[in-house]
Every structure is written in C-alpha cells, then in structure tokens.
Design a protein around this ligand. Structure first.
Ligand SMILES: Nc1ncnc2c1ncn2[C@@H]1O[C@H](COP(=O)(O)OP(=O)(O)OP(=O)(O)O)[C@@H](O)[C@H]1O
Ligand SMILES: [Mg+2]
Length: 491
C-alpha cells in the first residue's frame, strides 16, 4: 500500500521507446525514484495508453519505426495539452529536438544520457505540471468567487471570461475597447477596470462622446485657451487634464468625428496634447477605456473611423454578449436587482414566483440588462405583498407575440381621420419602443422602417424616451465618489 501512495505522490510517467534496453534502463531508474511508470514499445501503443490513463509526464524517443516521436508528441499533446513531454534523441539530431520543443515538447535529453540528467528533467516537468494545476484551481476559485464582480453579475462562461479579462488587463496601461449592445454593462466593466488598476485612487472620467457637437467635444476633451473661439472668454482645462494619472472612459467612441480622432490618436501615441487654440504641448498619463455599441470595423470600412485609431484602441478587446445569449445569468441578475430595489424601497424579502421567472427566461431582452433592471425595479415598486408574480411584469414581456389591430367603433358624430391615424401611429411607436427596450434602432427594425424615419416621428409626436441621460461627462475621484459635473447638455 505504501508503495502505491508513494507512486501517486511522485507522479506517473509514460515511457515510449522501441528499444527494449532503453525501456528497461528508464523503468529501473524511474521506479527506483518512486514514480509510477508505464512502458510502450511504439508510438501507437503510447498514444493508446495515454488515452486511457492520465500521465504527468512522458519520455518519448524521437527515432522509432511506425509513428515517429514527433507525431507521437503531437498526438499526446492533443490528448492533454499540458502533459510534459520529454524527447529522447541521438546526439546527432539535436536539431530535431529543437523542432520538437517548438511543437510543445517540455524538454529533451540526448543519448547517451546520465541518470541524474533524466531525473532533473523529470522533476522540472512534474513541478511545472503541479504549478499549472494550481493555477487552474486558482483561476476557477476566482471565477467562482465572482458571480458578482464589482456589481457585474453573471456566471455564464462568457461573463466569466469577461471577469478574467478584467483581472488580467486592468493593471496594465493598455487601452481597452469594450464592445456590446446597449445595456450590456459596458460602463460597469469600464469602472471595474479602473477600480482594479493602480489608478483606482485617481479620477475616472466619463465622456459621452456621442452627445456633443464636434468643437464642444474637442474643448471638453482638451480644454481651450482664452479666445480660442467666440465665447472662450476664459481658458479652460480639458478632461484629459483632469484624468491625468487616472482613466478616461470614452463612451460611444464610434461617434467621434474624424478630426477629433486624429487628436485622440496623438494622446495615445505621444501621451501629449494641445489645448484648442493653444501652442503649449501638455504631457499626460491617462489610461483610455473606450466603448461602442456599433461595429467599429464597419464604421472603419465606411471611412468614418480611422484605421490606426481602431488598432490602437483594440489592444484589449472586451466583448459583452447580449443577454439573450446568456440567459443562464437571468436568475442571478433578477435576484441582484430584487435585493437592490428591495433595499431602496424598504421591501426586504421579496421573491419572484417561478411563473414570473419563466416569463423572464423566455423573453428576448432587446434592451439587455438595463431593460431587465427596469422591469424588476418597476415590479418591486408596484409590489404589495412579498411575492412578485407575472401580473407585476409589463404586458409586452409575457404576451404571446401576435399583433392585433384594434376594433374601431366609429361614434355617430364621426371622427377625424387624421387624429385617429396620428394617435394610432403614436401608440404603435410607443409600444414598439417599449418592446425594443428603448433602443430606437431596434424599434425601427421591428417596424421595418429606417431609424431616421422613426426618429423623426418620435420628435414629431414628442414621444419621450423612458430612459434619459442628461450628463455628457462626469469626473469622479477615487472610489467612484461624484466630484462634479463638467458639462451638462440635454439630449
Ligand atoms: N452584468 C450586470 N450585472 C448587474 N448589472 C448590470 C450588468 N450589466 C448591466 N447592468 C446594469 O444595467 C444598466 C446598464 O448598464 P451600462 O450602463 O453599463 O450599459 P452600457 O452597455 O453602457 O449601455 P449603453 O450602450 O446604452 O450605454 C446599468 O444600470 C447597470 O448597472
Ligand atoms: Mg454606456
């Protein structure tokens, strides 16, 4: 019994060699050190063994009849990517051994070898294997720990990859591009990156690039000198000044005009900029995090986005999947929002009944997590008892998707055709916007009209979007504390 334990402790090794005498030498040597050893006289046999038994390391002869050592190495790595494979080669063919290293071999030994040499290589291989395993467990622990990572809730594989990426990329200075549909949590991720970086005690500045006219955007970003343009009575610092040693979050980067893109590129490459109308070169150290919900590649092809800027931005790319592609996360998110809004509304211990959850699981969530959050907030506010049932969910979510024209009853005195049509159009747009989670582009798709047409109608009928964002940029210091609004424009 003792024997068996020792073997396990020391690891198990596969020896693949066509020469019997070599197999015997290695077997005696390795068993003598307490390793569990299995012998194979050919590549085929070795691969077959590895298919059935997990090994920690393999020693493979390069020159063998049948499947040669190189091919055996490749097959073994296919079975277990992390298996440490040590190649044995005749002195004359070290080149071969190097080739093998390139194909993923752990190390090589040349014949004739000294016993100690073999033992050292094996020991290293097993040590590496142990580290790899430990790392993997560590990673899994991190991921399990974070089904809520800085308030980013999710445990679907795609979200875990996002968490991993945040942990890996946050400490560096590299630019990060976050892509995802509206409401998928791009801003949350940007904040998490800042919080996990060494810049966390410095400013996190948000710029909503899409909202500002071009020159206002430039003076907002870079500041201006006195007299730079009419109305520039005082010199003003830009957000890049304020974000020095911190991070700047450029939201909707796809909307930035080409001229401003050139200036951004300069800040990224040279870490310097000039104020609008100014000559002085100002040095800054800012980490740039950008987000977009449009396909920048396409924007680039259409000539509306600089290629060089794209590649500069795209150093680390975080893609946030739409909620409909990770519905496993819905129950967790629901729980999270019930707790959040339960607390806010002093309604602890609320719970969602299974029927209601079923409805939420089936729905497609065009407005993604933001839409889900709104739905839960509404349900919490409207709830009177402890249970949230389907009745507290908005109609369009659970309703089977059939479109019904209303039945018209014309009053005896008659009715204005124009008014009815107008009212009808207005309501149709409102319902569609709701179904689209407030996303105009999606609503336009649902109605088979152009987004610009929809936008015109929304303006004409003065339809108010359910969600409004007023600030264009915010500066926060340290741990997300709100310091002050820099610019404030209405949509
Ligand atoms: N994984 C998540 N866990 C918890 N809350 C989330 C998650 N994703 C998004 N949210 C919430 O949904 C709302 C929208 O998130 P956020 O503003 O980060 O989205 P966005 O991708 O920037 O959207 P947009 O493109 O419209 O600006 C926020 O209230 C945010 O807290
Ligand atoms: Mg956003």
């Amino acid at each position: 019994m003792k024997d068996g334990n020792d073997m396990q402790k020391n690891g198990s090794i596969l020896v693949v060699d066509d020469e019997e005498i070599m197999r015997e030498i290695l077997e005696t040597l390795l068993k003598g050190e307490g390793y569990a050893v299995r012998m194979a006289a050919s590549g085929e046999e070795g691969i077959e063994l590895a298919r059935n038994i997990p090994f920690d390391a393999a020693i493979v002869d390069v020159m063998m009849p049948g499947i040669d050592g190189m091919t055996t190495l490749e097959s073994l790595k296919k079975l277990d990517d992390e298996l440490a494979v040590i190649m044995v080669t005749a002195f004359a063919s070290v080149e071969n051994a190097i080739k093998a290293m390139k194909r993923g071999a752990f190390d090589y030994i040349t014949k004739p070898f000294k016993n100690d040499e073999v033992l050292v290589v094996i020991k290293n291989a097993l040590e590496r294997r142990r580290l790899v395993n430990e790392n993997r467990t560590l990673r899994q622990n991190i991921q399990e720990q974070y089904s809520n990572f800085d308030n980013i809730v999710g445990r679907s594989p795609s979200m875990r990859r996002v968490f991993d990426l945040i942990i890996q990329a946050a400490p560096s200075r590299s630019t990060i591009l976050i892509q995802g549909e509206s409401g998928t949590g791009k801003e949350l991720v940007a904040r998490a990156i800042h919080t996990h970086s060494q810049r966390k005690d410095r400013a996190f500045v948000t710029v909503n690039s899409g909202n500002l006219p071009p020159d206002l955007l430039e003076s907002t970003l870079f500041g201006h000198v006195k007299g730079a343009f009419t109305g520039a009575v005082y010199p003003k610092k830009g957000l890049f000044d304020l974000a020095d040693k911190g991070s700047i979050f450029l939201d909707e980067i796809g909307n930035i005009p080409l001229e401003t893109q050139a200036k951004l590129l300069r800040v990224m490459q040279e870490r310097e900029f000039m104020r609008l109308g100014g000559m002085e070169v100002i040095k800054v150290d800012v980490r740039i995090i950008a987000a977009t919900n449009v396909d920048l590649k396409k924007t680039m092809e259409e000539g509306r986005f600089r290629e060089d800027l794209f590649y500069r931005l795209n150093v680390v790319n975080v893609v946030l999947p739409p909620l409909r592609d990770r519905k496993d996360d819905i129950p967790l998110l629901v729980q999270h929002f019930i707790e959040k809004y339960g607390e806010e509304n002093r309604k602890p211990d609320l719970e969602l009944v299974p029927d209601a959850l079923d409805i939420l699981m089936v729905y497609d969530w065009p407005g993604n997590v933001r839409e889900l959050e709104n739905v839960i907030e509404r349900a919490v506010v409207l709830s009177t008892g402890r249970r949230i049932g389907p009745d507290l969910l908005p109609d369009h979510i659970g309703r089977p998707t059939i479109f019904q024209m209303p039945r018209f009853v014309v009053p005896p005195e008659g009715i204005s055709f124009k008014d009815v049509i107008t009212d009808f159009e207005k309501r149709l747009i409102e319902s569609t916007l709701e179904a689209a989670g407030g996303v105009q582009k999606r609503a336009a798709e649902l109605l088979h009209i152009k987004p610009t047409t929809l936008n015109e109608m929304i303006k004409r009928y003065d339809i108010r979007p359910r969600r409004k964002r007023i600030e264009s940029s915010r500066v926060e210091q340290g741990h997300g504390e709100h310091v002050g609004e820099v610019v404030s424009v209405s949509e």
